[in-house]
Design a protein around this ligand. Sequence first.
Ligand SMILES: *[C@@H]1O[C@H](CO)[C@@H](O)[C@H](O)[C@H]1NC(C)=O
Ligand SMILES: *[C@@H]1O[C@H](CO)[C@@H](O)[C@H](O)[C@H]1NC(C)=O
Length: 243
Amino acid sequence: MSIPHKPFVLLLLLSLLLLMHLFFSSTPSSPRTTAVATSTAAIRMRPGFRSYDDYIKRQLNKTLDPRLRRLWATRDWDRKVRVFARFFADLAAEGLVSNFSAALCVGARMGQEVAALRSIGVVGAVGMDLAPAPPLVVAGDFHAQPFPDDSFDFEFSNVFDHALYPERFAAEVERTLRPGGVAVLHVAVHRRGDKYSANDLLGGVDGLLGLFKRSDLVRVRKVDGFGLDTEVVLRKKKKNSHK
Ligand SMILES: *[C@@H]1O[C@H](CO)[C@@H](O)[C@H](O)[C@H]1NC(C)=O
Ligand SMILES: *[C@@H]1O[C@H](CO)[C@@H](O)[C@H](O)[C@H]1NC(C)=O
């Protein structure tokens, strides 16, 4: 091909690409919601949070509600601790958490899951939430955990749906887990979270798995956990592992 035609061919190619882009982006795939990224399109962000501050205010509004806090600390407490303890005992039986694990519960509110871990022997368990709840739960935002890299052997969370930035939630869990450490998430796949949810998983856990780039999937199973129906277990890759 002679040189003078080159710009023309390029132009033609570009127009074609543009047309393809227009065609595919106009297919009816939830055009008014923001997907986190193409590879995580199965996570839909809920509209309505005007800013990060607005989001934090909304989360704190529930977390600090005195009526709810009283309920969580009393009538709710034993039942939740019992149910969490059963989940964790299963994980312990599978060798995924042990007495010697440094364990973190992300978004633990009053800390029932922390109490449950301690009750089965994981004495080093601690919780983290926007509002602290001493002595079990320290203050921290899961978008920027207040812990150094490689701090924990085990992390549990049932508030992934509350993440305004799901990719940051995942990256922070992976950063603070030691290589080989285990992350366990309870999520809602077959039903929607509550009005404080910031994101929804659409049709499965693929969107979530795509965010855990430094981990291998251990398993996914059905559970019945306070409105959350699916347990995802991940293991952070060992350093220099090319799996
Ligand atoms: C939460 O929001 C309601 C109104 O929607 C307000 O009356 C209440 O004071 C807020 N609670 C907290 C703890 O901010
Ligand atoms: C902790 O140790 C006790 C006593 O050996 C054992 O019964 C229990 O199952 C252990 N807990 C975990 C989480 O491994």
